[in-house]
Design a protein around this ligand. Structure first.
Ligand SMILES: *Cc1c(COP(=O)(O)O)cnc(C)c1O
Length: 407
């Protein structure tokens, strides 16, 4: 008899975005003339940089002639892209990461989700609360989490991010094997200092743990003191894997290109306590299960590192951050406290009450859609997330309406 993986039955249906859509549709039905402004979006809204489009077009043309056609590429990614990443994202910041430690993929979502596959199902794990749900659900599927009770999985250690700790989690009080961190954070927009990150690296070294560091929003960092990579911390290469993506950096959410850094020094242990190379295991997994990102997409991603591409990316990010600045100004004027928006496209606002009530109020009185924090974990119950992924005109309009309705 064919049987299912019953861990899947432990997964909680995420009602977050379907409930939002339902309430928005109801509101629109009752208010057909109101133009709803969506500030709940976790997706980029601006066109790809022109340099990427140019590279995309010309590489598609290469596919049209036998002489320049490309079939299967290297599963790990073309070296033209891996080398540009190593040079620009790491070596230029005095971080010694080599091209062959970079694995090109079709998404940081897939990679943060898949990486746990090369680790034992017997390990303990810690995730932030509020959390990007992929970290949790992929471990549920793998059977590491136990049952769901009172909105939490019994065997997960939840790293609470609250106003008390400035939304930077405290170290766990008991040893944890696998730790997920995300900075700049989704959903809170909080950032971590190099010293703060060093505490986690030290913890991982002492406890023989592994940190999976999600840096998908690294490009939004404006404060020059903040680390862009966990490898800026000494010793991190032995205990951390880093995930990056062109999705939020350069608007590749629909184009698909990302990468994962697995340093050669990064180790985990077998049941005999013998060190094993995670680089070797990930390479094996990646080349067995993945066929590489398409050639034109990798050429488009490469163009992010051209002079023109860099300039265009800076401009796009600056435009989103101008939206974030406007949102922060308005929240200051309204006397609402928040975190984020300074080095990230998200602003995490204290709703001073139930996050769904605040959502309803904002929708009904201002026609503005936010994301209720409760959807990201219990620590989000009193928060909402506003996103800077929209046009300046829309953000301006939304802020004006919020000002008038909450005043
Ligand atoms: C958007 C996002 C990513 C990027 O995912 P892709 O699959 O590369 O599009 C990764 N992590 C977090 C927390 C994100 O919000």
């Amino acid at each position: 008899m064919i049987r299912i993986n019953e861990n899947y039955l432990k997964l909680q249906a995420s009602y977050l975005f379907s409930t939002i859509a339902k309430r928005v549709n109801e509101f629109q039905g009752q208010n057909p003339n109101t133009e709803i402004i969506k500030l709940g979006i976790g997706d980029t809204t601006r066109a790809l940089p022109a340099a990427c489009i140019e590279a995309f077009h010309s590489s598609v043309d290469e596919m049209a002639a036998d002489a320049t056609f490309r079939g299967y590429g290297p599963e790990q990614g073309y070296s033209f892209l891996r080398e540009k990443i190593a040079e620009n994202d790491f070596q230029a910041r005095n971080v010694d990461i080599a091209a062959d430690e970079i694995f090109i993929s079709d998404g940081a979502k897939c990679d943060t989700g898949n990486f746990q596959e090369i680790l034992s199902t017997k390990i303990s794990l810690a995730v932030p609360d509020p959390v990007y749900p992929v970290y949790v659900d992929t471990n549920v599927m793998a059977g590491r989490t136990g049952d769901f009770e009172n909105r939490r999985y019994r065997k997960i250690v939840y790293l609470e991010c609250t106003k008390t700790n400035n939304f930077i989690p405290d170290l766990p009080t008991k040893p944890v094997d696998l730790i997920y961190l995300c900075f700049p954070n989704n959903p809170t927009g909080a950032t971590i200092s190099k010293e703060g990150l060093a505490k986690w690296v030290d913890y991982a070294r002492e406890n023989k743990s592994l940190i999976l560091f999600d840096a998908a929003y690294e490009a939004f960092i404006r404060d020059e003191a903040l680390p862009h990579s966990i490898y800026e911390v000494d010793g991190a290469k032995e205990v951390a894997v880093e995930f990056r993506s062109f999705s939020k950096t350069a608007g590749f959410t629909g184009t698909r290109c990302a990468f994962t850094v697995v340093p050669k020094e990064c180790m985990a242990y077998d049941s005999q306590g013998v060190q094993q190379s995670l680089h070797a295991l990930w390479n094996r997994r990646h080349s067995t299960k993945f066929n590489g990102v398409s050639y034109p997409v990798q050429r488009a991603a490469e163009a992010v590192y051209s002079d023109a591409g860099k300039q265009q990316v800076r401009k796009i990010i600056a435009a989103y951050m101008k939206n974030a600045d406007l949102i922060r100004q308005e929240m200051d004027a309204l006397g609402l406290s928040y975190v984020g928006g300074e080095n990230s496209p998200y602003i995490w606002i204290d709703a001073q009450g139930d996050s769904w009530d605040f959502f309803d109020n904002l929708l009904n009185s201002a026609g503005v859609v936010c994301t209720p924090g409760a959807g990201f974990g219990t620590c989000g119950d009193q928060y909402i997330r506003l996103s800077a992924f929209n046009s300046y005109e829309n953000v301006e309009k939304a802020m004006k309406r919020i000002r008038e309705s909450l005043k």
